[in-house]
Design a protein around this ligand. Sequence first.
Ligand code: NAD
Length: 289
Amino acid sequence: MPARILDGRALAAELRLGLAERSTVLRARGIIPTLAVVMVGDDAESASYLRRIKRVATDAGVEIVEHLLPADVGESAVRLRLATLGGDPTTHGVLLQQPLPRSLSIRAIADAVPARKDVDGANPANQGRLAFGTGAAFVPATPAAVLLLLERSDKWPLRGREAAVVGRSSVVGLPVTLLLIGHDATVTVLHRSTVELAAHLERAEVVVVAAGKPGLVTGAMLRPGATVIDVGTTLVDGKTVGDVEFASAQEVAAEITPVPGGVGPVTNIALMQNVLTAAERQSASSHAI
Ligand code: NAD
């Protein structure tokens, strides 16, 4: 029997209702939940991402303010803009859009993203808290979306489950790994130097793939009955494709996310959830003063 589809669009539509309710409560108190998106240079993929999150933000009652900086801007100017947004009481969330131009290094800038407004968990302090298990201020949106989808899977709860994560980037693979460990799964992390993916994947009941390599994981590599979350998005001949060979994987897995329509729509919702949480926390602390 082909795998059940873990439908990200349907989940996003369900979660969207809760977002609108939260922003209505905030707005009734005169607080307009606002996300500042800092973009450096004009990356086409980033511009299209911004258009997508603007649509979600409108439905969620979240305001997006774009801060477009020229591609040749220096590191100190980006840090200054982030610090200014940190001190601005009308800005609740700050997203530093990646990729940055080659002249800038995310490693040199990420710590300037104001920690309590760091709605995509980019600041190393928040990443460290996630690793330390002390609770990050915000879980980055894509890893949060992976968890939201797994909560709806037949592998939930994850305690004692064999899980494999393909990819170890600081934005997806690593935080997903930490979240899975936090839910008591036994996690194997695979990456570009892993010699034989299949030897590890054949044990995994839960497989999360975030490599950016179309077709990397095939049905033949999977354990029958696995739940497969495909984070990958790559443009091939104008179409967005994932990292999992969907047709063969669907014959072996019990559950699978499609691309598009899987992790992506839930990621956008997770980002808005974080912006609303930020606005709620900041308004609560300003009342306390
Ligand atoms: P990245 O390039 O920073 O990291 C890729 C990771 O995959 C690395 O850790 C690398 O070691 C591993 N990898 C590469 N080739 C491999 C191979 N042959 N075998 C095993 N591991 C391999 O990418 P990223 O930022 O983590 O993004 C990964 C993918 O997820 C991309 O396709 C990206 O577009 C997508 N993405 C989707 C969303 C979403 O919301 N759907 C969000 C962020 C990223």
